[in-house]
Design a protein around this ligand. Structure first.
Ligand SMILES: [Zn+2]
Ligand SMILES: [Zn+2]
Length: 257
């Protein structure tokens, strides 16, 4: 299996997975890069997986479906133009002979879903859209801190080796914020160095792994004492529970430059 992040717009990746014959694509906000990739490698598109309804994720769905006849799967509780297989927590779908399990991850949008496959060439993988980013998480456009915190906990509980395929190249700016929260986190410093080298060569920092995110991502580290202290240093009214710490971090990051 080949996993390719097709760049689109400013900083989106359209995740493209193929076995040399059949392909699937996640969140085709733009049709062009997908159709070009299919043509270049002479592949048949089997499925379009959608994580949530934002235009940079669904803008190319109709054009790609019309051109390929691929089936479209997406969240049960969001407004996405059909025909569509509507999915929610626990549902399973098969594409390219692989089984994906659907995880509800509301917060960024109210019906956001993620797709988890436990074995692609021996390793797990999750397509998590705009929920978990490397070093950060999506903004809360429709959901609450309670929902987003719970969604991130579900993703953080996946096996450490799980490849994290998120939709935006936000890593370096996320890590800048992460260092403001946890300046003493050595793994974070080392990871930043690695990501800076990749970006300097024009390469994606993704996919990340769940294990890495547990070590460097402040939004998954809301029970670490350094993170709790930093949140309370930013907003003294922050209660010491994880959701309050998460809410303060999210607020802080919204205004962070
Ligand atoms: Zn979004
Ligand atoms: Zn997005």
């Amino acid at each position: 299996m080949r996993l390719i992040p097709l760049p689109a717009f400013q900083d989106n990746y359209l995740w493209f997975l193929h076995d040399g014959r059949r392909a699937l694509v996640v969140d085709p906000g733009d049709a062009q890069p997908v159709l070009q990739a299919l043509q270049r490698e002479a592949l048949t598109l089997e499925a379009i997986l959608v994580t949530h309804h934002h235009p940079d994720h669904v803008g190319g769905v109709d054009a790609v479906r019309d051109a390929t006849g691929a089936k479209v799967c997406g969240p049960a509780r969001e407004k996405i133009p059909g025909p569509l297989t509507r999915l929610e927590e626990g549902d399973r779908i098969t594409a390219l002979g692989l089984e994906f399990r659907v995880i509800d991850v509301p917060g960024h949008t109210s019906g956001h879903i993620a797709y988890y496959c436990e074995d692609i060439d021996g390793r797990p993988l999750v397509f998590c859209g705009d929920t978990l980013f490397s070093g950060g998480c999506g903004r809360l456009f429709e959901g609450t801190p309670v929902q987003m915190h719970e969604s991130l906990e579900k993703l953080a509980a996946l096996p450490g080796s799980t490849r994290v395929c998120c939709t935006h190249e936000y890593t370096l700016s996320n890590l800048k914020f992460a260092r403001a929260v946890e300046p003493g986190n050595l793994q974070l410093v080392n990871y930043t160095k690695r990501c800076e080298e990749l970006r300097a060569q024009g390469l994606p920092t993704l996919p990340s792994t769940i294990e890495t995110e547990r070590q460097v991502n402040p939004f998954l580290r809301t029970r670490e004492s350094d993170v709790v202290q930093a949140a309370r240093g930013h907003d003294a009214a922050t209660a010491p529970d994880e959701v309050s710490v998460f809410a303060t971090l999210r607020q802080w990051k919204n205004g962070f430059k």
